[in-house]
Ligand binder design. Sequence first.
Ligand SMILES: C[C@H](O)[C@@H](O)[C@@H](O)C(=O)COP(=O)(O)O
Ligand SMILES: [Zn+2]
Length: 215
Amino acid sequence: MERTVLSRQIIDTCLEMTRLGLNQGTAGNVSVRFQNGMLITPTGIPYEKLTTDQIVFIDEQGHHEEGKLPSSEWRFHLSAYHTRPDVNAVVHNHAVYCTAVSILNRPIPAIHYMIAAAGGNTIPCAPYATFGTKALSEFVCVALKNRKACLLQHHGLIACEVNLEKALWLAHEVEVLAQLYLTTLAIQDPVPILSDEEIAIVLEKFKTYGLRIEE
Ligand SMILES: C[C@H](O)[C@@H](O)[C@@H](O)C(=O)COP(=O)(O)O
Ligand SMILES: [Zn+2]
């Protein structure tokens, strides 16, 4: 797809992320796989002020085009694409419930079968490291190895998927799971969870769920 079209889709995803209540201020960033690297939001610019020419290209070595400053988190976006060849879009935000669970430094357990949307029976929590660091990107590599979403301790959430629409959908879904987790945790700890066997059944069903038969 053409660069300007993808850049517009990145901005629309950022605006939708805010509209869904998943983000505040200039927190968060969004990228999409492009050529031998990715297109990513610039650092520190409010989404409503973003224009397509401000979206930054970074190659697979981490070199960005001159005259633009990429998101401070470009390292973990590159790590996500490196670790997961199956994904083409990455969304990061500081959604309130996900961040609250990350402060407790707990994974989200299998409290609802939709946990399987991220590829397994938990949403893991990557250990804390300062934002923008190589250390954080290395923790993200590990957390996303078998999942399409993870929490970042004392920070927020990352979700990745085949395209921007699905990555944002997953980020929203994980926020709902985090809200359910905290709501039930206030009543009972530990919260009842689904067995690995039940989650395995859902993972299998998700392989074909929503696929339409070609006419
Ligand atoms: C301090 C930053 O807000 C940090 O939390 C980063 O992770 C973030 O969410 C937004 O940073 P950029 O504007 O550099 O993408
Ligand atoms: Zn952040």
